[in-house]
Design a protein around this ligand. Structure first.
Ligand SMILES: Cc1cc2nc3c(=O)[nH]c(=O)nc-3n(C[C@H](O)[C@H](O)[C@H](O)COP(=O)(O)OP(=O)(O)OC[C@H]3O[C@@H](n4cnc5c(N)ncnc54)[C@H](O)[C@@H]3O)c2cc1C
Length: 447
């Protein structure tokens, strides 16, 4: 054993980073390695359940997982990773509630910083758009939706009522389709409590640039999902996009103007901004380029996993940015780091996809699991079962199961949880929009 065990520093404690830390602790005893994990939050979001947490099927805190439950012997630092000094092999971290960075030395650096929502230069997007990435986004959307219902209930002009009750979701891959489906189901059930709102007053529009929704699924499943959504009254706009967002109006590329006051932007992801400042090899979109064993190209002690990295199969096809791939890359990186520390060769990361699942609200869904295609209630049931089983920890599984059981028996509460900004001048009741995100501290790379 080395006198000072090597330090394995993991930046980002989401699916990839947390499972990597857990596997490292399983494989390497305290004398063999010291594991340090940095994340700006002390939990990671179980993203597949985020939308349910936002629309009230699930208690919001049950959709997050404490990072400390993944790391028992190692050290967790809650803080913002802001740079890497490659010459000194140290990462710079701004700890929570501190104005001074600390330097964390490493022998191996694992970069697992996830992704951010892709925000193209659409006028008004940053001011008026909402995203669906954090717990605050999910709860904020629910608060916003309830606020719109309350405002519509007493809106004197019918045109205003229509724009308050029109919700536009942009992007119809998994996140967008699930947001549109769950939001519509939530609103449809909620309006029963409102005296002046009729079902036809409510409108959810799903805008998708390509020719079909859920493009990652087989065409027949995606067409099934589209038919189900249309049958419920969701206005699915294919081959169209949003070109401008104003407080009460959304302009489409086709030229049509939709009178709507709530826009959820779920059209793609982008690399975390920090990657651009690290001097590491990036692809054209800005993601880390890695070898098959998950090492960043040309850097024998730097590993890239999860959404932040481009990891490919044997044919050179990039693995999709999903939780199942992030978890398996995290575990595989840990195995390879353990192998390197024992002087053994690394192995390529081969992942066979287990399939895809999407919940569409109203107890319906679509699934393609191990080649078996399901739709409707069976797919929705499978979706819940799979994610319940994947939720880490027995106590958390139980909490989620209880929430879901109660939801089957009782109506949801249509109360706000208080996640919204103070009113801005010029707009009536502003949402926690994309522009409200706190600016990250400056990033730097030192060599
Ligand atoms: C709404 C939604 C629904 C989804 N549904 C599904 C689904 O049903 N199935 C599926 O397989 N996938 C789903 N995904 C995708 C899945 O969540 C991601 O692919 C997965 O989270 C990627 O894991 P990761 O560890 O790379 O990133 P993340 O899980 O996002 O973790 C990244 C971590 O890095 C931290 N971080 C980032 N920058 C810094 C910094 N500078 N300093 C410190 N910490 C930092 C973040 O706080 C975060 O904890 C969904 C995503 C979303 C947004």
């Amino acid at each position: 054993m080395p006198e000072h065990p090597p330090t394995i520093l993991i930046l980002g404690g989401g699916f990839a980073g947390a499972y990597c830390a857990q596997e490292l602790e399983r494989r390497l005893g305290p004398a063999a390695a010291s594991v340090v994990l940095v994340d700006r939050q002390n939990y990671f979001i179980f993203h597949p359940l985020l939308i349910e947490a936002g629309t009230g099927s699930l208690e919001p805190r049950h959709a997050v997982v404490p990072i400390r439950s993944f790391i028992r012997r190692g050290r967790f630092i809650m803080g913002e990773a802001v740079g890497v000094d490659w010459a000194a092999s140290q990462a710079e971290v701004l700890p929570a509630e501190s104005s001074e960075t600390i330097r964390v030395p490493f022998d191996h650096l694992v970069i697992a910083l996830g992704s951010v929502t892709r925000l193209p230069e659409v006028p008004g997007l940053r001011e008026h758009g909402l995203e669906m990435k954090s717990l605050a986004d999910a709860v904020g959307l629910r608060d916003r939706a309830i606020r719109m219902l309350e405002a519509a209930e007493s809106a004197p002009q019918p045109e205003r009522k229509c724009s308050l009750l029109h919700f536009v979701v942009v992007g119809a891959n998994f996140t967008g389709a699930e947001v549109a489906g769950e939001l519509e189901a939530f609103l449809r059930a909620a309006i029963r409590r409102y005296r002046t709102i009729r079902p036809h007053d409510l409108r959810v529009t799903l805008v998708e640039r390509s020719g079909r929704i859920l493009g990652a699924l087989d065409e027949n499943l995606s067409r099934y999902a589209e038919r189900k959504m249309r049958a419920r009254g969701i206005d699915v706009r294919l081959n169209d996009s949003v070109t401008r967002i104003e407080p009460r109006r959304v302009t489409l590329a086709s030229g049509e103007a939709l009178h709507a006051e709530t826009v959820v932007w779920a059209a793609g992801i982008a690399p975390p901004p920090m990657l651009a400042h690290l001097g590491l090899p990036l692809d054209a979109r800005g993601y880390l380029v890695c070898d098959r064993d998950l090492r960043v190209q040309g850097r024998p002690n730097v590993w890239g996993i999860g959404d932040a990295a481009v990891n490919t199969d044997a044919a050179g096809v990039a693995y999709p940015a999903t939780a199942q791939h992030a978890i398996r890359e995290g575990v595989h990186a840990a195995r390879n780091i353990a192998a390197v520390s024992r002087g053994q060769p690394t192995t390529p990361c081969d992942i066979v996809s287990q399939g895809s699942l999407a919940a569409l609200g109203c107890r319906t869904g679509v699934a393609n699991v191990f080649g078996i295609k399901l739709s409707g209630f069976a797919a929705w049931w499978l979706w819940r079962t799979v994610y319940l089983l994947k939720m880490p920890g027995v106590a958390r599984k139980l909490r989620v199961a209880i929430d879901w059981t109660l939801e089957l028996l009782f109506r949801r509460d249509y109360v706000q949880l208080g996640v919204h900004q103070p009113p801005r001048s010029g707009t009536s009741n502003p949402p926690p929009s994309l522009s409200s995100q706190s600016a990250a501290p400056p990033l730097r790379q030192t060599t």
